[in-house]
Design a protein around this ligand. Structure first.
Ligand code: NAI
Length: 335
């Protein structure tokens, strides 16, 4: 079985090389992202292994099928970057790693909330410059505040557990509410409008689908409590970035923590510090002192990388021996 990994960084190699001997696959690592223009790099592969910023659209999948690639193995949870209908048409199953560490992403969301609330990013630079003034650094107690969580899957549940620990009230919205879970966790499902109206902090944990694309736009932002802290560790296109910029300028959004960005593919995971930034929207977001952008690093813990490598290899080996694919995703999946 030959597996070609796209979009790899040195840390991907390390975690995959640690586990590879146990499976015996032939593995080749490419630094570049898979897309329609470089799909030729997949020649000779039985399986291609891709991550969040690779693009397996219909054209790419047609080429993969023509070269005899038999499996697409996502080494991430989200699968919005794969045209599942095209994959089904060409008979290429798609597998993913549904949960490698919900703790990692939930804890990163909390890191963004706390940093923004207590202005840690600003305090860090100030004290290094000998400025010990507190001016402009006032935050609020998390205790007693209301968090609105959109999507109540694996990551959200870890986050909710932490936020309940702060003594926060939690409101939630999910396309498929789980009332038994809500009763046990002490949270309340409410309609989106109510969540927007009542929440001091809103955090996004639903997948990117046709239904959720740009769900946070002008209308949603106009319904939010003035000064709300908005956290996105889901997918960039859940938020309409220009509407977010307007919301920040109008002071309706009090702060934004963005681990994902709708046009992140050209920047995230790369060192672009010696280039002039040509994305005006990203540049504007980075100019706000109440916005923190991290480079899609919510998943990035030692435990998560080991789980990603192990579960990806298990997914591929199930395919190799013709077993039922535990982590297959199909066109109708939206949860
Ligand atoms: P999950 O599948 O366990 O939970 C997703 C939840 O969203 C489910 O409860 C589902 O019913 C709900 N949902 C589906 N459609 C919805 C809609 N239209 N409105 C509201 N809720 C909806 O997924 P998990 O593992 O919690 O991950 C959530 C998302 O986080 C992933 O889809 C992925 O995009 C993102 N993610 C980000 C990472 C990062 O490094 N920043 C790492 C891993 C995942």
């Amino acid at each position: 079985m030959k597996v070609i990994l796209f979009g790899t960084q040195p840390y991907d190699r390390e975690s995959f090389e640690r586990i590879r001997p146990a499976f015996g696959f032939e593995v080749c690592y490419h630094r570049s992202h898979l897309n329609a223009s470089n799909v030729a790099l997949a020649r000779g592969a039985d399986a291609v292994c891709i991550f969040v910023n690779d693009v397996a659209d219909a054209d790419t999948i047609r080429e993969l099928a023509a070269m005899g690639v038999k499996l697409i193995a996502l080494r991430c949870a989200g699968f919005n970057n794969v045209d599942l209908t095209a994959a089904a048409r060409y008979g290429i199953p798609v597998v993913r790693v549904p949960a490698y560490s919900p703790h990692a992403v939930a804890e990163h969301a909390v890191a963004l909330m706390l940093a923004l609330n207590r202005k840690i990013h600003r305090a860090y630079w100030r004290t290094r410059d000998g400025n010990f003034s507190l001016h402009g650094l006032m935050g609020f107690d998390m205790y007693g505040k209301t968090a609105g969580i959109i999507g109540t899957g694996k990551i959200a549940r870890e986050l909710i557990r932490i936020l309940k620990g702060f003594g926060m009230e939690v409101l939630a919205y999910d396309l498929y509410p789980d009332e038994a879970y809500a009763a046990g966790a002490g949270i309340t499902y409410v309609p989106l409008e109510e969540l927007y109206r009542r929440s001091d902090i809103i955090s996004l944990h639903c997948p990117l689908t046709d239904r959720t694309r740009y769900m946070i736009g002008d209308v949603a932002i106009s319904q939010m409590k003035p000064g709300v802290v908005l956290i996105n560790t889901g997918r960039g296109q859940l938020i309409h970035s220009e509407a977010l910029i307007d919301g920040l300028k109008e002071k309706r959004i009090g702060a934004a923590g963005l681990d994902v960005y709708e046009e992140e593919a050209g920047y995230f995971y790369e060192d672009t510090s010696d280039r002039i930034m040509d994305d005006d929207v990203l540049a504007r977001l980075l100019s706000f002192n109440n916005v923190i952008v991290t480079s899609h690093q919510g998943f990035f813990t030692r435990e998560a990388l080991d789980n990603i490598a192990r579960i990806t290899m298990l997914n591929i080996s199930e395919f190799e021996v013709g077993k039922k694919l535990t982590n297959e995703v199909r066109a109708e999946s939206d949860r």
